[in-house]
Design a protein around this ligand. Structure first.
Ligand code: DAH
Length: 339
């Protein structure tokens, strides 16, 4: 038995393996259930009692030696494999570069957030619309210039299938489908047949607001818009409402905020007036309520609509509208810190 142990020990010293499966073959040959070293442990019971202690120790040393040698070769093979491939498989992976949110999305989400805090919920409508929802229900006269091909994109020459020119179309959908009280915010993309330049584009984004209930007055509208202006542009922001005209509101107004660049003192941005226009608004015209099946004797309401690009320009001073749709990551990455 001792001779056998010696010769096996010498064999272990010669262990070599170029591949992991060669190493596995060695393990099977010596250490598996039917391996040569395991066989010696089986024969151990024939060893005379007085030698058991000594031979037992030798056997344990032999088995440990074989196991250690195999582990050692395995480590060497594995690290060799890694370096052969030229890749460190144990390295933590590189962080995947994160994209950034689009500035228009950042601002749209902020607008939504501000109005959500006072109970407005979100409604969306289709971008491909019909004449009724975009114009007729909203009290546009049949010959209104907005219905002209010059302003509106029609689909396949069909005067009743068009790309919505404003998100006010969602107003008509919501009023048709829901009963007051209605308090909704409608963000979305709109299309107009404009020549593309730094200050106009054939598509842009709006957010529409609509509130219909009993006893809603202009005071409620003004208060909500003041709240919005302060939340969006800062506590010191002031607003002013100028009379205006929209077919779907009566009375109608346009709202200016005190210029957030010069604080109202006057600068090139506000054309030295101290004010910049940010939205249109008014009390929903009774004709609109009637067209959408709401009793105009019982209910009143206000509406407002703003351009997301306009608000974004005020917040971030983006000078060229085209940047918003060019997908230039150098532009988009500048807004990383803004949300
Ligand atoms: N729809 C108007 C536009 O596209 C914006 C607007 C003005 C919406 C007044 C309104 C409103 O809801 O009351 O220019």
């Amino acid at each position: 038995m001792q001779d056998k142990i010696k010769s096996l020990s010498a064999e272990i010293d010669q262990f070599k393996a170029a591949k992991l499966d060669e190493l596995e073959a060695l393990r099977i040959k010596y250490l598996s259930k039917k391996g040569e070293i395991t066989a010696l442990f089986t024969d151990f019971r024939h060893v005379p009692n007085e030698q058991k202690r000594e031979i037992g120790q030798l056997l344990n040393v032999l088995r440990d030696k074989a196991q250690d040698k195999i582990n050692e070769l395995k480590d060497a093979l594995e690290s060799k494999q890694v370096s052969v491939a030229g890749v460190d498989l144990t390295r933590t992976p590189d962080l995947i570069p994160l994209g950034t949110r689009h500035p228009l999305s950042i601002v749209k989400n902020e607008i939504i957030d501000i109005f959500s805090r006072i109970g407005f919920t979100i409604e969306e409508g289709p971008e491909v619309e019909d004449d009724w929802h975009v114009f007729e229900a909203l009290n546009f006269a049949p010959e209104h210039p907005a219905r002209d091909m010059q302003d509106t994109f029609f689909i396949e020459q069909n005067p009743d299938v068009l790309l919505r020119t404003h998100t006010s179309s969602v107003q008509s959908r919501v009023m048709k489908a829901q009963k007051p009280p209605i308090r909704v915010l409608c963000p979305g993309r709109v299309y107009r047949n404009e020549a593309i330049s730094y200050r106009a584009h054939c598509f842009f984004h709006q957010v529409e607001g609509l509130y219909i209930d009993k006893d809603v007055s202009f005071v409620d509208l003004k208060q909500v818009l003041l709240y919005f202006a302060k939340e969006m542009f800062g506590e010191h922001t002031e607003i002013r409402l100028r009379p205006s005209y929209f077919p779907f509101t009566e009375p109608s107004a346009e709202m200016d905020i005190s210029c957030n660049l010069c604080g109202g003192k006057g600068c090139p941005f506000c054309k030295h007036t101290g004010w910049v226009e940010i939205l249109g608004c008014g009390m929903v015209d009774p004709n609109v309520l009637k067209a959408c099946g709401i009793d105009s004797n019982e209910y009143t309401g206000y509406a407002f609509g703003m351009g997301v690009e306009r608000i974004t320009n005020l917040k971030f001073q983006v000078k060229d509208l085209r940047l918003f749709s060019e997908n230039d990551v150098r532009f988009l990455q500048q807004f990383q810190a803004a949300y």
